[in-house]
Design a protein around this ligand. Sequence first.
Ligand code: ATP
Ligand code: MG
Length: 420
Amino acid sequence: ADPPMAEAAGRIIVRLTEAGHEAYWVGGCIRDELLGRPVHDMDITTSARPESVMSLFPRCVPTGLQHGTVTVLEAGFPFEVTTYRTESGYADHRRPENVVFVKDVREDLRRRDFTINAICMGLDGALIDPFGGAEDLRRHLIRCVGTAEERFDEDALRMLRCVRFASTLDFRVAKNTWRGLLRRRDGLAHIAVERVYAELARIVEGPRPLRGLGMLARSGLLARGKAPFPWTGERLAAAAAGLSGIGELESALLRWALLLHALGTSAGEAERLLRAWTFPGSTRRGVAQVLRVREAWTAAAEAGPEEGPTDFRRRFLAAVLAFGADAAEGWLTLLAAFPEGGPGAGLVSSARQWLREMPVRGLADLAVTGGDLASALDQRPGPWLGQLLQKLLLAAASGDVPNDRTVLIMKAKRMNHHEH
Ligand code: ATP
Ligand code: MG
């Protein structure tokens, strides 16, 4: 772990101990440390009540007092310090109704989801690991603390956490845990859409998305959520071939575009789904634009070679102008990620070059403005002007005419003449 962070957490634990309390590093930070993975944050569990924690550390924020959590700031790092507690009465299959502070750290570990997340470590480096979490880490196993069905019944989000950990860590799921998940999968209907898709995002954007997606397909879990996920496990499984390159894509946005593409989603449908899944507008729009370039590309490829390569190039450049160079580059990256190449994949390197060599990429680059044209042609601005600009833009972008003010105005006059 990051030494300054570990030292800062250590000082908090020392302070709590000196005040007569118990305190340990717990959860994800121990799991990741034992796995030799980077640790981004450290949580602390303590016998001290929240009031005592707050009085010992003036620089703190009462993040979730009713659950016993105080965020302590030390050396600029925020640490969640949580009082040992048990939970009960999960009437909504997500949040416990009763939180009871307890004396024994083992009781606190028992409420945690998986054995690998239910380990804590003291200042002397000794582990407290009542459920065999360290052994499960060695065996690469996700296993519920206690009875899987009960634990998933209490909090249905744990099922997605299970898939997420199995996927990102490349672990197996213990038999009983998987069986419990299959039996309790309908519970996902109780979980807020944001929570579900935040977990899905960690799967799709994580290191082994195909593993997680495969487990989601086999479990049928997502189809049980509140938000539409309009594909059955079979459909997801069938799409897997088209998704084999997804883990190599660096861009999260392109991973979503590839997923939706492989599932046969139109641009408009993708945008609606991403909205329903509570994704930010930038992701929604970015994915939709990539899929619009795909639609234009496929239409151009299907138009057939008899129309000639020049024609394909013009259609592609028109799509770049309409949907943006970023979206076009994104689509070309996706094409390269397909196993046997997607539609027209042979054209990818040509298209890359066309894109690179494009002299103008939008109206802002064009050497004339609408105002220039209106006065040069001595006409009132109107819808004709936008259409004319688009034609000039495509002509300049394809290199048919140089991007030069005088030449463009001459060309505009000629075009205008032909139309009247
Ligand atoms: P990461 O931060 O990488 O997602 P993490 O294990 O730290 O992994 P957090 O959500 O930060 O996950 O939770 C911290 C700890 O709290 C977990 O390690 C686990 O012990 C416990 N925990 C978190 N969510 C749940 C849950 N839904 N049910 C039971 N225990 C949970
Ligand atoms: Mg964490």
